[in-house]
Write a protein that binds this ligand. Structure first.
Ligand code: 5RP
Length: 249
């Protein structure tokens, strides 16, 4: 459990990262909206800019929760359709390593998050300082699983050393949690992931496992706030202050 003071500090960092991400948004863009508390900060800030008439953008959200928030704020929404690509997707992460490989899905939205990240020309991750790690794996890796296949998926993941735990509903601990697609969520406690590429390959061979939360090679940049300053991280490069950053998506 994170102490309240640390939680407040981390939330301030999330807000700063979300604020800095507005620099990436240009007039006319199609934007993918992430899920989670950091992404919610970004959606709220984007909503203010759109309401003020400073930016005309269209967006698609990675979850029902983010879509509802965006709609309430008056952000124009686009339904999925053939040929739809996003100029930019801004999303949070549960962990990110120096190559910007990610663990995502703590909020259960990993499937739609991966769909939009893959359909985007540029994925920007926004995160507080607790998310940047030297090696992925402390955070349990989320999976989205078809209910019928659950027993066999649990066996297969256990064989891979993942100690799988089916996620329970936050409001009813006697019921399983479900994704927006109505599938189950399984959290896999690997503790460390020395070879995420190989693990992703193995997970992708398990029938009924719809998606896993390893996002490898998808993020182009990350905004991580440390000591009150937003820093831009790019795969394998030294961090830069977000204020100096001029690259356009
Ligand atoms: C949701 C996610 C989120 O991006 C991740 O859980 C981070 O959440 P938060 O911004 O609340 O820390 O992957 O499925």
């Amino acid at each position: 459990m994170i102490p309240t003071k640390d939680k407040e500090l981390l939330d301030q960092e999330k807000q700063l990262a979300a604020q800095a991400a507005l620099q990436w948004v240009r007039d006319g863009m199609l934007v993918g909206l992430g899920t989670g508390s950091t992404a919610a900060h970004f959606i709220r800030l984007l909503g203010e800019v759109v309401k003020a008439g400073k930016l005309r953008i269209q967006a698609t959200a990675t979850s029902v929760a983010s879509e509802t928030l965006a709609r309430q704020l008056g952000i124009p929404l686009v339904e999925p359709h053939r040929g739809l690509r996003f100029d930019l997707t801004v999303d949070g992460a549960d962990e990110l390593d120096p190559q910007l490989n990610l663990i995502k899905g703590g909020g259960g939205a990993l499937l739609r998050e991966k769909v939009l990240a893959t359909a985007s020309d540029y994925m920007l991750v926004i995160a507080d300082s607790s998310k940047a790690v030297a090696q992925l794996g402390q955070f349990p890796l989320p999976l989205e699983v078809v209910s019928f296949a659950l027993p066999w998926v649990l066996d297969a993941v256990a064989d891979l050393g993942g100690n799988p735990v089916v996620r329970m509903d936050k409001n009813d601990p006697n019921k399983y949690a479900h994704s927006d697609q109505g599938n189950l969520l399984v959290d896999c406690h690997f503790n460390h992931l020395p070879n995420p590429t190989e693990l992703a390959r193995q997970l992708e061979t398990i029938p009924g496992l719809v998606e896993h939360g390893l996002f490898l090679g998808l993020a182009r940049a990350a905004l991580v706030v440390r000591g009150g300053q937003a820093q831009v991280l790019r795969p394998g490069s030294a961090p830069q202050p977000a204020t100096d950053f001029t690259e356009l998506p």
